[in-house]
Write a protein that binds this ligand. Structure first.
Ligand SMILES: Cc1cc2nc3c(=O)[nH]c(=O)nc-3n(C[C@H](O)[C@H](O)[C@H](O)COP(=O)(O)OP(=O)(O)OC[C@H]3O[C@@H](n4cnc5c(N)ncnc54)[C@H](O)[C@@H]3O)c2cc1C
Length: 270
């Protein structure tokens, strides 16, 4: 029974994603195949390539993203859930001396979830889903890395729990938890990454590892490297399990003294 930061998850601790989104796009590329990869792959010769390679947050380097720009990955590949697509992409990248880069929500400002001809881009769009359930006296939330904050917030609202997280509805959990995840609850509850109990990650040897939150004094764990060590530096994350322990938030706003001398107080709960 693994102990993850004071929470014991029994061997019967298993989630099934509530929604598994399968792609409905038709495969367009045969020229650029990755052996063993069953998901869709797009290369520069494909009509859809320009749409698929776009990273949302590119305003600081439009000349790299635009036509003729250098942000033209060798391939853009969409790994499927419950498949060996990610290890296949890792083997391919090693064999062909390419960088393997993950893109979950594409909201990294500096282009780190894209690249040039030396890059195979893994777009994690199909790794979507949120499941929330009680384990002992805790509520746990398991979230696929491609899930956008708008869907995470909706699932939390439905279940009356939350974790701290950011504002932008289209940021995805994959990059967000690795780079902190700050929002309005920061001062009381910290960052999104403070609440992560466990994540799954493919490391460079192609193995899928489940990494639990270690005791605070164990500084050698991959856990501390991935959460705060620079997104994408240690492998490809597939899902994150967090303690969704924040159950009720009351916001109390400042008392305002108007010039007439009257006082108004506002408070709101959610
Ligand atoms: C408009 C906007 C609003 C924002 N608002 C907030 C906010 O309110 N609070 C806040 O904390 N942050 C905010 N951010 C910053 C955002 O949280 C980070 O840039 C975050 O890393 C984006 O995650 P992503 O998955 O959407 O981006 P991506 O660009 O897909 O990924 C970001 C980084 O993580 C890596 N990565 C992504 N997925 C994986 C994966 N599955 N495995 C391994 N590595 C991966 C990428 O390679 C890249 O280096 C905002 C950004 C934008 C553009």
């Amino acid at each position: 029974m693994p102990d993850i930061g004071g929470v014991s998850l029994g061997s019967d601790f298993q989630f099934e994603f509530l929604s598994r989104k399968e792609t409905t796009m038709t495969s367009s590329v045969t020229a650029h195949s990755i052996p063993g990869f069953g998901g869709q792959i797009f290369g520069p010769a494909d009509a859809e390539y320009d749409e698929k390679r776009v990273q949302y947050a590119f305003s600081s380097y439009p000349e790299k993203q635009g036509p003729g720009g250098s942000m033209r990955p060798y391939l853009v590949a969409y790994p499927r859930m419950d498949s060996d697509d990610i290890p296949a992409a890792i083997s391919f990248a090693k064999a062909n001396n390419k960088r393997l880069v993950a893109r979950s929500g594409g909201h990294q400002y500096c282009g780190l979830s894209s690249g040039g001809d030396d890059t195979v881009l893994l777009s994690m769009d199909l790794y979507k889903g949120v499941e929330i359930k009680a384990v002992g006296d805790r509520m746990l939330a398991r979230v696929g890395v491609g899930t956008r904050l708008t869907d995470v917030a909706a699932a939390f609202k439905e279940n009356g729990v939350t974790i701290p997280h950011g504002e932008c509805p289209l940021v995805a959990i994959g990059g967000h938890v690795q780079s902190g995840g700050y929002g309005h609850l920061l001062r009381s509850y910290g960052l999104a990454l403070d609440h992560v109990l466990e994540f799954k990650i493919y490391t460079s040897d192609g193995m899928l590892r489940t990494v639990h939150r270690p005791p605070a004094q164990d500084r050698s764990s991959l856990y501390w490297g991935v959460l705060g060590g620079g997104p994408g530096s240690f492998g490809i994350l597939t899902e994150v399990t967090s303690s969704a322990s924040v159950t009720r938030i009351t916001l109390t706003l400042r008392v305002i003294r108007a010039s007439s001398g009257t006082r108004r107080a506002c408070s709101a709960g959610r």
